[in-house]
Ligand binder design. Sequence first.
Ligand code: ATP
Ligand code: MG
Length: 203
Amino acid sequence: MSNLKYGIMGGTFNPIHNAHIRMAEEVRDILDLDKIIFIPTGTPPHKNNLNIDALDRYEMTKLAISGNDKFEVSDIEVLNKGVSYTVETVGKLKEFYPNVEFYFITGADSILDIYKWKNPEKLLSLCKFVSVKRPNYSDDLEAKIKEIVDKFGGEILLVDGPLLNISSTEIRERVREGRPIYDFVPQKVADYIKENKLYIKWI
Ligand code: ATP
Ligand code: MG
C-alpha cells in the first residue's frame, strides 16, 4: 500500500501569481508532499465576474509551474461544462488515486468560505485541509478554524506561509492601468498576458 501524499491547489488563477507558487512550494516542503496538483476552476460557483476564458487561466497555470517537476496542472474542472464543486473534484481524484492521501491547500480567506461550499462534512472527510496565512485575512484564524472543525469534523492544518501581499485582483487592475506586473507573476505569465491582451478591457 502506497503512502503517497499529494497537495491540491484549487483556484481561479485569474491569473496565477507568485503567492500561489510560493505557498504551494512551502506547503510541499513543510508537509513533504510528493506532488502538488494545481486545479484551475471551470465555472466557479462563487465567482461570476470572470472575463477571461478558463483555457487562458489553465494555460497560464501551466506556464507558471513549468520547470517544477513536483507540480502539475489538471484540466478536470476547466473541461467540466457545468459547475465544479470541490467535493466532487476531490472525490474523482480519490477514485483515480485510491491510495493517495490528499491535502487541499487554501489561503486564509478561502478556508472561511467553506461554509458556502457544497457538503463541507464530506469534503473534510475526503481530504485534510491546509490553511496558509494571508496578509489582511488572518485575524483570529486559529479560533475560526477550530469552529469549522467543531462543526464539520476533519483536520485543518494552519501554516504561516510566505505572507505575500499579492492578489489576482490587483494584478488585473495593474494590467488595465498599464502598470508593470513583473514582481507579481512569473515572466512567462506576464508575457502570456501581454501577447493575448488579457485584462485590458473590463467586462
Ligand atoms: P482574486 O483576487 O481574483 O480572488 P486571488 O489572488 O485571491 O484572486 P485565487 O485564485 O482566488 O487568487 O486563490 C486561489 C487560492 O490561493 C485561494 O485559496 C486563496 O486563498 C489563495 N491565495 C491567493 N493569494 C494568496 C496570498 N497572497 N496568500 C495566501 N493565500 C493566497
Ligand atoms: Mg481569491
